[in-house]
Design a protein around this ligand. Structure first.
Ligand code: PBG
Length: 340
């Protein structure tokens, strides 16, 4: 008995349909696939985010990020040495500040001897060849987990900007090569540029988290730096709405006008359309941050045997290159570098 909806066979041959253009020809063998491959991931594309804790000889695994730990400064130096050996060009440091040091305004961000600055000095001294990128947002230092100063229920922009600019100078004095503001306050890139230049740090670059979205994918990171339980409310008054792309373009344009040397999109994989748009619009060094939640999703599915973790890792990173990224901040950096 014939199936009631059996499709009618076409009368045309495949050669008639395709006009003889058979796109599978170049995919037939490994050598031809390699020959026509358009994008490639190399170790030079990788930036490794590194979590810091106080103390000595301490390595503390981050529960929500299998394979990722927080390191005391002495062990962070060892990790930086390992990354340099692997050929990874740069690391980005994020401190887990003791709760007792956190306050309403994040004042400890201005301390020349805070965890992030001590780590920068130690790493610079031991591994001068690796680039150090420091985040200058206030969230690791505030008692409420917001990136800025909280007053009467509001994140106050201008005061936050002056403090961030001052903290950036402190980070540059410690030896940071690139200052990366992730707070999304208005005017912070220009203020940081002025502050750096006024203190003789013309050579220190700014990588702007130009388009940082109010995302659910930051969860594991907040556990890593200990802000998860603290955060009151959300960050929607300063991070971008995930629904918007024109606004992202305006943010990037503004940051470039204020003096940003490099642009970053964050999160990564769900926002590759933004990467492509920024790259095409501005032709600037463009980076993406494959954030904690993206990393943990791949790890969790792999641990459960639902996906091949290594293949998913490589594919996700290649996707960043295809979208136009010059580099990727990724927790996979050492794992990938070992494979490459
Ligand atoms: C905040 C900051 C965030 C990340 C780095 N710095 C987001 C947040 O906590 O709101 C996220 C990084 C990640 O998820 O891997 N300035």
């Amino acid at each position: 008995q014939a199936a009631p909806f059996a499709p009618a066979a076409t009368e045309r041959s495949v050669d008639e349909i395709t006009g003889g253009r058979r796109l599978r020809r170049m995919r037939k063998a490994d050598w031809s696939r390699r020959l026509v491959q358009e994008n490639r991931l190399t170790v030079d594309d990788l930036i490794w985010p590194l979590f810091l804790i106080e103390g000595e000889n301490r390595e503390e695994p981050v529960a929500a990020m299998p394979g990722v730990s927080r390191y005391s400064v002495d062990l962070a130096v060892k990790q930086a040495e390992r990354m340099a050996r692997l050929g990874i060009p740069a690391i980005a440091t994020f401190p887990n500040i003791d709760q007792a040091r956190r306050d309403e305004t994040g004042s400890h961000s201005l301390d020349a001897d805070n965890l992030i600055n001590r780590a920068t000095r130690a790493i610079k001294a031991a591994v001068p060849e690796i680039g150090i990128i420091t985040d200058v947002a206030l969230d690791p230092f505030t008692s409420h987990g917001h990136d800025g100063i909280l007053r009467d229920g509001e994140i106050v922009n201008d005061e936050t900007v002056s403090q961030i600019a001052a903290a950036a100078v402190g980070q540059a004095i410690a030896g940071a090569d690139i200052i990366a503001p992730s707070d999304m306050m208005d005017g912070r890139v220009g203020a940081i540029r002025d502050a750096l230049d006024n203190h003789g740090f013309q050579h220190v670059a700014i990588m702007s988290y130009a388009t940082k979205f109010a995302s659910a994918f930051y969860g594991p990171y907040r556990e890593a730096i200990g802000t998860g339980g603290l955060l009151k409310g959300d960050k929607k008054t300063y991070y971008l709405d995930p629904a918007n792309t024109d606004e992202a373009l305006r943010e990037a344009e503004q940051d470039l006008a204020e003096g940003a040397d490099m642009l970053m999109v964050k999160p990564g994989l769900p926002y590759l359309d933004i990467v492509r748009r920024l790259k095409d619009s501005f032709a600037m060094p463009t980076f993406a941050y494959q954030v904690s939640g993206e990393y943990s999703m791949i790890k969790a599915a792999a641990t459960n045997g639902w996906i091949d973790g290594e293949k998913a890792m490589m594919e996700s990173l290649l996707a960043f290159k295809r979208a136009g990224c010059d580099g990727i901040l990724t927790y996979f950096a050492p794992e990938v570098a070992e494979r490459l």
